[in-house]
Write a protein that binds this ligand. Structure first.
Ligand code: ATP
Ligand code: MG
Length: 259
């Protein structure tokens, strides 16, 4: 069965201020969507709300995953069921090594699929981790380091994609995975996401630049402005935005009915 994440007329407040003002978006497993838009228009807010961050209050609308209302699910439950969020600003988790974090996360996903699951055998996990780390050119010692603790910006992004590649979620939301990556790292990181994309993975890539979309090719491009998705198109829309910027979007949608 193809999984579907459906967002209907979603309204979200941050500290009592309305930020999302009616977002509609449907992402099916196997589809690649890009979300673009000027700074401060609500893209990260959407990502956090999707993952159930407690600071983002849903005041209206619906989010469903395979038809089930997810608003009552904790962030852990959402992850167990196959949703994945790569943060724009990843947090450090001192005391938890990358390898332990990943093994716990894998086992949690496995148990969601089969409550009797005994967990991934350690040798199998080591082999999996080694091959995925090699593909992302992450040095072996990173497995033993505390998650994101003292990682450089680019190292954090690589480790996020490592998480994605071992967890194999159904829907992944990637908030500015391309920011802070050097040219080679962008190629490696975006190239690995590209190899993961396929019928089993739905991706929402939040980005400011068309360049990552040369690797992770979107079928759908959406533009967010003032808390709503105001334009939808194909890959050509991202190319157009790169050339024209957002002035025309601002002019067209400025003074939209406030609600
Ligand atoms: N914790 C917070 N407290 C107050 N305002 C917030 C908070 N989080 C977000 N906002 C506000 O919500 C608006 C949307 O922010 P958001 O981070 O979603 O934008 P964005 O589209 O991701 O921007 P960028 O392209 O710069 O990443 C901004 O005006 C921001 O200041
Ligand atoms: Mg953002």
């Amino acid at each position: 069965m193809t999984s579907t994440l459906s967002i209907q007329d979603l309204r979200v407040n941050v500290q009592d201020k309305p930020i999302l003002k009616g977002v509609n978006l449907t992402i099916n497993q196997g589809e690649v969507h890009a979300l673009m838009g000027p700074n401060g228009t609500g893209k990260s807010t959407l990502a956090y709300a999707l993952m159930g961050h407690p600071g983002y209050t849903v005041t209206g609308g619906k989010i469903t995953f395979d038809g089930q209302d997810i608003l009552g699910w904790t962030p852990e439950e959402r992850a167990r069921r196959g949703m994945f969020l790569a943060f724009q600003y990843p947090i450090a988790i001192p005391g938890v090594s990358v390898a332990n974090f990943l093994r716990t996360a894998i086992n949690s996903r496995r148990r969601a699929l089969d409550p009797q699951d005994k967990g991934i055998p350690i040798p199998e996990f080591r082999k999996l981790l080694k091959s995925k780390m090699e593909a992302l050119q992450i040095p072996v010692e990173f497995g033993g380091r505390y998650l994101n603790d003292g990682f450089s910006g680019g190292e954090k992004k690589r480790v996020e994609v490592l998480q994605l590649s071992v967890l194999l979620p159904k829907i992944a939301i990637m908030d500015e995975t391309d920011s802070g990556l050097d040219i080679d790292a962008l190629r490696i990181v975006a190239g690995s996401v590209e190899t993961l994309s396929g019928p089993d993975l739905g991706i929402l890539v939040i980005t400011h630049y068309q360049r990552i979309l040369n690797y992770i090719k979107p079928q759908f491009v959406h533009v967010m402005y003032d808390g709503r998705i105001v334009e939808d198109g194909g890959a050509d829309l991202a190319v157009k935005l790169e050339e024209t910027g957002y002035e025309w979007v601002k002019e067209k949608y400025n003074g939209m009915e406030k609600s």
